[in-house]
Design a protein around this ligand. Structure first.
Ligand SMILES: Cc1ncc(COP(=O)(O)O)c(C=O)c1O
Length: 364
């Protein structure tokens, strides 16, 4: 058990937040910085919230190195709304949208895009049970005459992650980074658009962040409903309608926490160390087995099995009893999954490794 009676939370999202952030929220909750009311009761048109929004955006831009020709939008509807909003805004008539199907969330994005226009699936990971991302040079039907190329940078359910990004000349690369945003350095100018639900590395649920190269917003057809146009939210600085005020505020605190840890490169180093030590433990004996191609393994969602499947339920239960919660794999794939987002400390991973070793000794 850690400070404040808290456990190590390996849930895939909503996920662990830094304790320091939660304590800050608690301190400021009833009377925000002496204004006499709380952030939950604050107008999104007031000066106080303007300051919070501007600071959150500025810190996010600073941490991720987002250039001035990119917009940062704070939206709602979850990452799932982006599965439709993105093709609605970015599809160009006569040019197919290219998609790599690397798992459930990419498949859902493909399903939505197909409702809206011409989609070409250039990689079908289902054939290998979504165990790998594959080699871009072997993707099929890739054309430079495309609206955009869509990837899901980290596959939360299957436990794979892109460690290199494809490039296709002037075709905008679009990425769902819901489960690995802010976990590592990415070169934003390589992308046309990046989006992410906040509820893993950025803050609480209810907020979706979109990073969009500004010129791409001009592609949207005039007939697109106002709320679904990126240009609407750009023009009104994410305040066309009431934004998720509380979630934006908490995201701002999470970003300050990331800065206090040394920024993205320091966070990335810790994330690398956490994932490396857990995979090393999984690979150390044949009691446990990783589920993905080693080259494509995720550093955020580590998926593994026990060679005797009947022990898996016991593993999850006994781990929870020892303060290691949220380790059950997604219901569609089974097994175990340890989500190691930024707020999971190295000590939490060490505690999991110790538990795995003790569990193996008992049951091998
Ligand atoms: C990679 C990825 N994309 C999209 C989603 C869906 O997000 P939301 O529930 O915010 O729509 C998730 C949720 O876990 C996810 O992991």
């Amino acid at each position: 058990m850690q400070e404040a009676g808290r456990v190590y939370n390996f849930n895939p999202g909503p996920a662990a937040l830094p304790l320091e952030v939660l304590q800050e929220v608690q301190r400021e909750m009833v009377n925000y910085k002496g204004c006499g009311y709380s952030i939950l009761e604050m107008s999104h048109r007031g000066g106080l919230f303007d300051g919070i929004l501007a600071k959150t955006e500025a810190t996010f831009r600073e941490l991720m190195g987002i250039p001035a020709d990119y917009e940062v939008l704070f939206l709602q509807g979850g990452a799932s709304l982006q599965f439709s909003m993105l093709p609605m805004n970015l599809m160009v008539p006569g040019k197919p949208a290219l998609y790599a199907d690397t798992g459930t969330w990419a498949s859902k994005a493909i399903k939505e895009a197909k409702l809206l226009g011409n989609v070409k699936v250039v990689f079908d990971g289902k054939k290998q049970g979504y165990r790998q991302i594959g080699d871009f040079s072997e993707w099929e039907g890739v054309t430079r005459e495309a609206s955009y190329l869509y990837i899901c940078s980290n596959n939360t359910i299957y436990g794979t992650q892109y460690h290199f990004f494809p490039e296709l000349d002037s075709v905008p690369l679009v990425a769902d980074m819901s489960s690995d945003i802010l976990s590592r350095w990415v070169n934003v100018p390589k992308f046309g658009a990046i989006f992410a639900g906040a509820q893993k590395n950025l803050g609480p649920a209810g907020l979706t962040v979109v990073i969009l190269r500004k010129d791409l917003a001009g592609r949207a057809p005039a007939t697109l409903p106002t709320m679904l146009k990126y240009s609407t939210h750009m023009a009104d600085k994410s305040c066309y309608n009431t934004p998720p005020v509380f979630a934006i505020y908490v995201m701002g605190l999470v970003l300050e926490w990331v800065k206090s840890q040394g920024g993205l490169s320091a966070i990335e180093q810790v994330n690398n160390a956490k994932a490396a030590s857990l995979y090393e433990r999984i690979d150390a004996t044949d009691f446990y087995a990783g589920t993905c191609e080693p080259a494509d393994r995720s550093k955020m969602n580590v998926t593994f099995r026990i060679h005797r499947e009947e022990l898996e339920e016991k593993f999850v239960k006994e781990a929870a009893a020892q303060g290691l919660v949220g380790l059950k794999g997604h219901r569609s794939v089974g097994g175990m999954r340890a989500s190691l987002y930024n707020a999971m400390p190295l000590a939490g991973v060490s505690a999991l490794i110790d538990f795995m070793t003790a569990f193996e000794e008992k049951h091998r």
